[in-house]
Design a protein around this ligand. Structure first.
Ligand SMILES: *Cc1c(COP(=O)(O)O)cnc(C)c1O
Length: 396
Protein backbone atom coordinates (compact mmCIF):
# COMPACT_ATOMS: atom_id res chain seq x y z
CA UNK A 1 0.00 0.00 0.00
CA UNK A 2 1.42 3.37 -0.91
CA UNK A 3 -1.40 5.68 0.12
CA UNK A 4 -0.90 7.35 3.49
CA UNK A 5 -3.41 6.64 6.27
CA UNK A 6 -4.20 10.37 6.28
CA UNK A 7 -5.89 10.91 2.88
CA UNK A 8 -3.28 12.74 0.82
CA UNK A 9 -5.41 15.71 -0.27
CA UNK A 10 -3.16 18.32 1.36
CA UNK A 11 0.42 18.98 0.29
CA UNK A 12 1.46 19.38 3.92
CA UNK A 13 4.71 21.14 4.79
CA UNK A 14 7.29 19.88 7.31
CA UNK A 15 6.11 22.02 10.22
CA UNK A 16 4.31 19.74 12.67
CA UNK A 17 2.78 21.80 15.47
CA UNK A 18 1.92 20.04 18.69
CA UNK A 19 1.27 22.94 21.06
CA UNK A 20 0.24 26.58 20.93
CA UNK A 21 0.44 29.54 23.26
CA UNK A 22 -0.98 32.93 22.34
CA UNK A 23 0.50 34.01 19.01
CA UNK A 24 3.10 31.21 18.94
CA UNK A 25 3.08 27.58 17.83
CA UNK A 26 5.59 24.90 18.89
CA UNK A 27 6.50 21.86 16.80
CA UNK A 28 7.53 18.34 17.80
CA UNK A 29 11.15 19.47 18.27
CA UNK A 30 10.16 22.43 20.41
CA UNK A 31 10.84 25.02 17.68
CA UNK A 32 8.79 28.18 18.14
CA UNK A 33 6.90 29.82 15.26
CA UNK A 34 5.21 33.21 15.14
CA UNK A 35 1.73 32.36 13.92
CA UNK A 36 0.35 35.01 11.57
CA UNK A 37 -2.01 32.51 9.95
CA UNK A 38 -4.20 31.57 12.96
CA UNK A 39 -5.32 28.32 11.38
CA UNK A 40 -6.53 30.52 8.50
CA UNK A 41 -8.43 33.17 10.44
CA UNK A 42 -9.73 30.67 12.99
CA UNK A 43 -7.72 31.14 16.20
CA UNK A 44 -8.95 34.69 16.70
CA UNK A 45 -7.85 34.68 20.34
CA UNK A 46 -4.61 32.87 19.63
CA UNK A 47 -3.80 29.43 21.02
CA UNK A 48 -4.80 28.02 24.40
CA UNK A 49 -6.71 31.14 25.42
CA UNK A 50 -7.47 30.56 29.13
CA UNK A 51 -11.14 31.63 29.02
CA UNK A 52 -11.88 29.57 25.92
CA UNK A 53 -10.06 26.55 27.36
CA UNK A 54 -11.98 26.81 30.58
CA UNK A 55 -15.41 27.09 28.99
CA UNK A 56 -14.65 23.99 26.89
CA UNK A 57 -13.56 22.05 29.97
CA UNK A 58 -16.57 23.11 32.01
CA UNK A 59 -19.16 22.57 29.29
CA UNK A 60 -17.65 19.21 28.26
CA UNK A 61 -18.00 18.07 31.86
CA UNK A 62 -21.61 19.32 31.99
CA UNK A 63 -23.26 18.50 28.65
CA UNK A 64 -21.49 18.07 25.33
CA UNK A 65 -24.19 16.98 22.93
CA UNK A 66 -27.92 16.50 22.83
CA UNK A 67 -30.18 16.08 19.83
CA UNK A 68 -31.85 19.03 18.20
CA UNK A 69 -35.07 17.16 19.00
CA UNK A 70 -34.84 18.80 22.43
CA UNK A 71 -34.95 22.38 23.58
CA UNK A 72 -31.67 24.27 23.43
CA UNK A 73 -31.15 26.87 26.14
CA UNK A 74 -27.50 27.18 25.02
CA UNK A 75 -28.46 27.70 21.36
CA UNK A 76 -31.16 30.22 22.24
CA UNK A 77 -28.65 32.22 24.26
CA UNK A 78 -26.05 32.44 21.49
CA UNK A 79 -28.66 33.03 18.77
CA UNK A 80 -30.05 35.92 20.82
CA UNK A 81 -26.58 37.42 21.19
CA UNK A 82 -25.99 37.22 17.42
CA UNK A 83 -29.42 38.68 16.69
CA UNK A 84 -28.74 41.51 19.15
CA UNK A 85 -25.45 42.55 17.55
CA UNK A 86 -26.26 41.99 13.88
CA UNK A 87 -28.85 42.57 11.15
CA UNK A 88 -30.22 39.07 11.67
CA UNK A 89 -33.53 37.93 13.14
CA UNK A 90 -32.76 34.22 13.24
CA UNK A 91 -29.74 31.87 13.19
CA UNK A 92 -29.06 28.28 12.09
CA UNK A 93 -25.96 26.73 13.68
CA UNK A 94 -23.58 24.52 11.72
CA UNK A 95 -20.22 22.81 12.26
CA UNK A 96 -18.27 24.50 9.48
CA UNK A 97 -18.17 27.31 6.97
CA UNK A 98 -19.26 25.12 4.06
CA UNK A 99 -22.34 24.07 5.98
CA UNK A 100 -23.18 27.69 6.72
CA UNK A 101 -22.87 28.36 2.96
CA UNK A 102 -25.07 25.34 2.26
CA UNK A 103 -27.74 26.79 4.56
CA UNK A 104 -27.42 30.19 2.87
CA UNK A 105 -27.91 28.61 -0.57
CA UNK A 106 -30.91 26.57 0.55
CA UNK A 107 -32.42 29.62 2.25
CA UNK A 108 -32.12 31.60 -1.00
CA UNK A 109 -33.80 28.91 -3.08
CA UNK A 110 -36.50 28.28 -0.48
CA UNK A 111 -37.27 32.01 -0.28
CA UNK A 112 -38.55 31.92 -3.85
CA UNK A 113 -39.87 28.37 -4.02
CA UNK A 114 -41.90 28.72 -0.83
CA UNK A 115 -43.64 31.69 -2.48
CA UNK A 116 -44.46 29.54 -5.51
CA UNK A 117 -41.72 30.95 -7.74
CA UNK A 118 -40.04 27.78 -8.99
CA UNK A 119 -38.13 29.57 -11.75
CA UNK A 120 -35.88 31.59 -9.47
CA UNK A 121 -33.16 29.14 -8.49
CA UNK A 122 -29.97 30.63 -9.92
CA UNK A 123 -27.39 32.22 -7.66
CA UNK A 124 -24.89 34.71 -9.00
CA UNK A 125 -21.38 34.24 -7.60
CA UNK A 126 -18.06 35.87 -8.42
CA UNK A 127 -14.70 35.15 -10.01
CA UNK A 128 -11.99 33.84 -7.67
CA UNK A 129 -14.54 33.24 -4.92
CA UNK A 130 -14.00 30.56 -2.30
CA UNK A 131 -17.01 29.18 -0.47
CA UNK A 132 -15.76 25.82 0.81
CA UNK A 133 -15.32 22.28 -0.47
CA UNK A 134 -18.73 20.60 -0.51
CA UNK A 135 -20.24 19.95 -3.93
CA UNK A 136 -22.53 22.97 -3.58
CA UNK A 137 -19.67 25.16 -2.39
CA UNK A 138 -17.32 24.20 -5.25
CA UNK A 139 -20.19 24.60 -7.70
CA UNK A 140 -20.63 28.13 -6.36
CA UNK A 141 -17.00 28.93 -7.18
CA UNK A 142 -15.69 29.67 -10.66
CA UNK A 143 -12.27 28.23 -9.77
CA UNK A 144 -11.81 25.22 -12.04
CA UNK A 145 -8.95 23.77 -10.00
CA UNK A 146 -11.52 22.86 -7.32
CA UNK A 147 -13.91 21.27 -9.86
CA UNK A 148 -11.40 18.89 -11.40
CA UNK A 149 -12.52 15.29 -10.99
CA UNK A 150 -15.84 16.14 -9.35
CA UNK A 151 -18.19 16.71 -12.27
CA UNK A 152 -21.07 17.10 -12.82
CA UNK A 153 -21.35 20.20 -10.67
CA UNK A 154 -24.56 21.38 -9.08
CA UNK A 155 -26.81 23.33 -11.42
CA UNK A 156 -27.89 26.90 -10.88
CA UNK A 157 -24.81 29.08 -10.46
CA UNK A 158 -23.73 31.90 -12.70
CA UNK A 159 -20.23 33.32 -12.36
CA UNK A 160 -19.67 37.04 -12.82
CA UNK A 161 -16.51 39.14 -12.58
CA UNK A 162 -15.88 40.22 -8.97
CA UNK A 163 -16.37 43.92 -8.27
CA UNK A 164 -18.00 44.55 -11.69
CA UNK A 165 -21.48 45.91 -11.10
CA UNK A 166 -22.30 46.37 -14.77
CA UNK A 167 -21.60 42.68 -15.39
CA UNK A 168 -23.98 41.81 -12.54
CA UNK A 169 -26.75 43.92 -14.09
CA UNK A 170 -26.31 42.05 -17.37
CA UNK A 171 -26.37 38.67 -15.60
CA UNK A 172 -29.65 39.16 -13.72
CA UNK A 173 -32.58 37.35 -15.31
CA UNK A 174 -35.97 35.81 -14.46
CA UNK A 175 -34.14 32.84 -12.91
CA UNK A 176 -31.94 34.86 -10.52
CA UNK A 177 -32.55 33.98 -6.87
CA UNK A 178 -29.79 36.01 -5.27
CA UNK A 179 -26.11 36.86 -4.89
CA UNK A 180 -23.43 35.13 -2.83
CA UNK A 181 -20.30 37.20 -2.31
CA UNK A 182 -17.34 37.62 0.03
CA UNK A 183 -17.08 41.33 0.96
CA UNK A 184 -13.33 40.69 1.15
CA UNK A 185 -12.14 37.69 -0.80
CA UNK A 186 -9.86 35.56 1.35
CA UNK A 187 -8.41 32.65 -0.67
CA UNK A 188 -8.78 34.82 -3.77
CA UNK A 189 -6.04 37.14 -2.45
CA UNK A 190 -7.42 39.51 0.23
CA UNK A 191 -9.37 41.50 -2.32
CA UNK A 192 -11.83 43.90 -0.72
CA UNK A 193 -14.91 44.63 -2.82
CA UNK A 194 -15.48 48.32 -3.49
CA UNK A 195 -18.20 50.17 -1.59
CA UNK A 196 -20.00 50.87 -4.86
CA UNK A 197 -20.07 47.17 -5.66
CA UNK A 198 -21.52 45.99 -2.34
CA UNK A 199 -23.98 48.89 -2.19
CA UNK A 200 -24.91 48.20 -5.82
CA UNK A 201 -25.63 44.54 -5.04
CA UNK A 202 -27.83 45.66 -2.16
CA UNK A 203 -29.77 48.02 -4.43
CA UNK A 204 -30.18 45.38 -7.15
CA UNK A 205 -31.39 42.81 -4.62
CA UNK A 206 -34.01 45.26 -3.37
CA UNK A 207 -35.05 46.25 -6.88
CA UNK A 208 -35.64 42.67 -8.09
CA UNK A 209 -36.75 41.09 -4.79
CA UNK A 210 -33.75 38.76 -4.79
CA UNK A 211 -31.43 38.04 -1.87
CA UNK A 212 -27.98 39.29 -0.93
CA UNK A 213 -26.03 36.59 0.91
CA UNK A 214 -22.58 37.41 2.24
CA UNK A 215 -19.86 34.86 2.84
CA UNK A 216 -18.19 36.24 5.96
CA UNK A 217 -16.70 32.91 6.97
CA UNK A 218 -13.18 34.39 6.80
CA UNK A 219 -13.73 38.15 7.15
CA UNK A 220 -16.37 38.00 9.90
CA UNK A 221 -16.23 38.04 13.71
CA UNK A 222 -13.99 41.06 14.31
CA UNK A 223 -11.32 40.12 11.77
CA UNK A 224 -11.64 43.44 9.89
CA UNK A 225 -12.14 45.57 12.99
CA UNK A 226 -15.94 45.54 12.59
CA UNK A 227 -17.94 42.67 14.04
CA UNK A 228 -18.99 41.76 10.51
CA UNK A 229 -17.16 43.22 7.52
CA UNK A 230 -20.32 44.49 5.81
CA UNK A 231 -20.66 47.05 8.60
CA UNK A 232 -17.72 48.82 6.93
CA UNK A 233 -19.85 49.08 3.78
CA UNK A 234 -22.93 50.66 5.35
CA UNK A 235 -25.33 47.97 4.17
CA UNK A 236 -26.97 44.91 5.69
CA UNK A 237 -27.34 41.60 3.88
CA UNK A 238 -30.37 39.30 3.89
CA UNK A 239 -28.28 36.26 4.74
CA UNK A 240 -24.76 35.80 6.12
CA UNK A 241 -22.54 32.75 6.52
CA UNK A 242 -20.21 32.85 9.52
CA UNK A 243 -17.68 30.35 10.89
CA UNK A 244 -13.88 30.28 11.42
CA UNK A 245 -13.33 32.97 14.10
CA UNK A 246 -16.80 32.37 15.52
CA UNK A 247 -15.53 29.30 17.38
CA UNK A 248 -11.97 30.57 17.87
CA UNK A 249 -10.70 27.05 17.03
CA UNK A 250 -13.71 25.01 18.03
CA UNK A 251 -15.46 23.86 14.84
CA UNK A 252 -18.71 25.75 14.44
CA UNK A 253 -20.53 27.98 12.01
CA UNK A 254 -23.77 29.88 11.67
CA UNK A 255 -26.14 31.05 8.98
CA UNK A 256 -27.75 34.34 9.96
CA UNK A 257 -30.81 35.65 8.15
CA UNK A 258 -33.58 38.19 8.34
CA UNK A 259 -37.09 37.00 9.11
CA UNK A 260 -38.16 37.76 5.55
CA UNK A 261 -35.29 35.86 3.92
CA UNK A 262 -35.99 32.83 6.14
CA UNK A 263 -39.61 32.51 5.04
CA UNK A 264 -38.94 29.18 3.31
CA UNK A 265 -37.00 27.65 6.21
CA UNK A 266 -39.82 25.92 8.02
CA UNK A 267 -40.11 22.87 10.31
CA UNK A 268 -38.36 19.91 8.77
CA UNK A 269 -36.76 21.87 5.92
CA UNK A 270 -33.19 21.74 7.22
CA UNK A 271 -31.16 20.19 9.99
CA UNK A 272 -27.87 19.01 11.44
CA UNK A 273 -27.01 16.35 14.00
CA UNK A 274 -24.20 18.28 15.65
CA UNK A 275 -25.05 21.85 14.69
CA UNK A 276 -25.82 23.95 17.76
CA UNK A 277 -24.50 21.42 20.29
CA UNK A 278 -24.11 22.79 23.83
CA UNK A 279 -20.30 22.65 23.70
CA UNK A 280 -20.12 24.74 20.51
CA UNK A 281 -22.75 27.12 21.84
CA UNK A 282 -20.80 27.70 25.06
CA UNK A 283 -17.63 28.40 23.09
CA UNK A 284 -19.44 30.73 20.68
CA UNK A 285 -21.02 32.61 23.56
CA UNK A 286 -17.63 33.17 25.19
CA UNK A 287 -16.11 34.24 21.87
CA UNK A 288 -18.86 36.82 21.38
CA UNK A 289 -18.49 38.12 24.93
CA UNK A 290 -14.77 38.64 24.38
CA UNK A 291 -14.82 40.23 20.94
CA UNK A 292 -17.67 42.57 21.88
CA UNK A 293 -15.89 43.77 25.04
CA UNK A 294 -15.33 47.49 24.84
CA UNK A 295 -12.06 48.26 23.08
CA UNK A 296 -11.65 44.90 21.33
CA UNK A 297 -12.65 46.03 17.83
CA UNK A 298 -10.68 49.24 18.29
CA UNK A 299 -7.63 47.14 19.17
CA UNK A 300 -8.04 45.16 15.93
CA UNK A 301 -8.27 48.39 13.91
CA UNK A 302 -5.27 49.93 15.70
CA UNK A 303 -3.09 46.86 15.24
CA UNK A 304 -4.22 46.57 11.62
CA UNK A 305 -3.28 50.21 10.97
CA UNK A 306 0.11 49.80 12.68
CA UNK A 307 0.90 46.60 10.82
CA UNK A 308 -0.14 48.12 7.49
CA UNK A 309 1.95 51.24 8.07
CA UNK A 310 5.01 49.21 9.07
CA UNK A 311 4.71 46.98 6.00
CA UNK A 312 4.20 49.94 3.67
CA UNK A 313 7.30 51.59 5.05
CA UNK A 314 9.33 48.39 4.76
CA UNK A 315 8.14 47.45 1.26
CA UNK A 316 9.94 50.41 -0.26
CA UNK A 317 13.26 48.66 0.44
CA UNK A 318 12.27 45.81 -1.86
CA UNK A 319 10.49 47.26 -4.87
CA UNK A 320 11.35 44.16 -6.89
CA UNK A 321 9.70 41.81 -4.41
CA UNK A 322 6.57 43.56 -3.16
CA UNK A 323 3.85 45.52 -4.88
CA UNK A 324 1.35 46.65 -2.26
CA UNK A 325 -0.44 45.82 0.95
CA UNK A 326 -4.24 45.71 1.14
CA UNK A 327 -7.09 44.56 3.34
CA UNK A 328 -8.94 45.69 6.43
CA UNK A 329 -8.15 45.37 10.12
CA UNK A 330 -6.13 42.21 10.68
CA UNK A 331 -7.09 40.63 7.34
CA UNK A 332 -4.16 41.82 5.26
CA UNK A 333 -2.46 40.74 2.08
CA UNK A 334 0.97 41.64 0.73
CA UNK A 335 0.88 41.40 -3.03
CA UNK A 336 4.20 40.22 -4.47
CA UNK A 337 5.61 40.86 -7.91
CA UNK A 338 5.68 37.10 -8.53
CA UNK A 339 4.23 33.92 -7.00
CA UNK A 340 3.98 34.21 -3.21
CA UNK A 341 4.16 30.51 -2.36
CA UNK A 342 7.96 30.22 -2.42
CA UNK A 343 8.33 33.26 -0.18
CA UNK A 344 5.71 31.98 2.29
CA UNK A 345 7.68 28.69 2.47
CA UNK A 346 10.94 30.63 2.92
CA UNK A 347 9.52 32.67 5.82
CA UNK A 348 8.21 29.49 7.41
CA UNK A 349 11.28 27.29 6.98
CA UNK A 350 14.05 29.83 7.52
CA UNK A 351 12.49 32.47 9.77
CA UNK A 352 9.83 30.51 11.70
CA UNK A 353 7.10 32.86 10.54
CA UNK A 354 3.75 31.39 9.52
CA UNK A 355 1.71 33.18 6.86
CA UNK A 356 -0.59 31.82 4.12
CA UNK A 357 -0.28 32.09 0.36
CA UNK A 358 -3.39 33.22 -1.50
CA UNK A 359 -4.43 33.91 -5.08
CA UNK A 360 -3.11 36.89 -7.04
CA UNK A 361 0.47 36.42 -5.70
CA UNK A 362 -0.58 37.41 -2.21
CA UNK A 363 0.90 36.62 1.22
CA UNK A 364 -2.03 36.49 3.61
CA UNK A 365 -1.57 37.87 7.12
CA UNK A 366 -4.24 36.69 9.55
CA UNK A 367 -2.68 37.11 13.00
CA UNK A 368 -4.60 36.32 16.16
CA UNK A 369 -6.70 39.40 16.96
CA UNK A 370 -4.96 39.64 20.33
CA UNK A 371 -1.61 40.60 18.75
CA UNK A 372 0.27 43.41 20.45
CA UNK A 373 2.92 45.80 19.16
CA UNK A 374 5.52 43.36 20.45
CA UNK A 375 4.23 40.68 18.06
CA UNK A 376 4.17 43.21 15.24
CA UNK A 377 7.82 44.06 15.99
CA UNK A 378 8.65 40.36 16.00
CA UNK A 379 6.79 39.94 12.70
CA UNK A 380 8.62 42.86 11.06
CA UNK A 381 12.01 41.50 12.18
CA UNK A 382 11.25 38.10 10.68
CA UNK A 383 9.81 39.60 7.50
CA UNK A 384 12.82 41.91 7.03
CA UNK A 385 15.28 39.10 7.65
CA UNK A 386 13.22 36.92 5.32
CA UNK A 387 13.26 39.45 2.50
CA UNK A 388 17.02 40.04 2.89
CA UNK A 389 17.88 36.33 2.84
CA UNK A 390 15.41 35.71 -0.01
CA UNK A 391 17.19 38.22 -2.20
CA UNK A 392 20.48 36.43 -1.52
CA UNK A 393 18.94 33.07 -2.41
CA UNK A 394 17.40 34.53 -5.55
CA UNK A 395 20.77 35.97 -6.63
CA UNK A 396 22.68 32.72 -6.13
C1 LIG B 1 -12.86 28.75 4.93
C2 LIG B 1 -13.94 29.34 4.11
C3 LIG B 1 -15.11 28.62 3.79
C4 LIG B 1 -15.29 27.17 4.15
O1 LIG B 1 -15.26 26.91 5.51
P1 LIG B 1 -14.99 25.40 6.02
O2 LIG B 1 -15.13 25.51 7.51
O3 LIG B 1 -13.63 25.00 5.55
O4 LIG B 1 -16.05 24.54 5.43
C5 LIG B 1 -16.10 29.27 3.09
N1 LIG B 1 -15.96 30.55 2.70
C6 LIG B 1 -14.85 31.27 2.97
C7 LIG B 1 -14.77 32.70 2.54
C8 LIG B 1 -13.80 30.69 3.68
O5 LIG B 1 -12.68 31.39 3.91
Amino acid sequence: MTISPLMPVYPRCDVRPVRGEGCYLFDEKGERYLDFSSGIAVNALGHAHPELTKVIQDQAATLMHVSNLYGSPQGEKLAQKLVDISFADTVFFTNSGSEAIECALKTMRAYHQSAGDKERFEIITFSNAFHGRTLAAISASSQEKMHHGFHPLLNGFKYVEFDDLEAVKDAIGPQTAGFLVEPIQGEGGIRPASHEFIQGLRDLADKYDILLALDEVQCGVARTGAFYAHENYGITPDILASAKGLGGGFPMGACLTTEKAARGMTFGSHGSTYGGNPLAMAVGSTMLDIVTESGFLQHVRDMGDKLTARIEQFMGNYPDLFELVRGQGLMLGIKMKSDSRAFVAHLRDNHRLLTVAAGDNVIRLLPPLIVTEEHINDFMERLSAGAASYIIIAEE
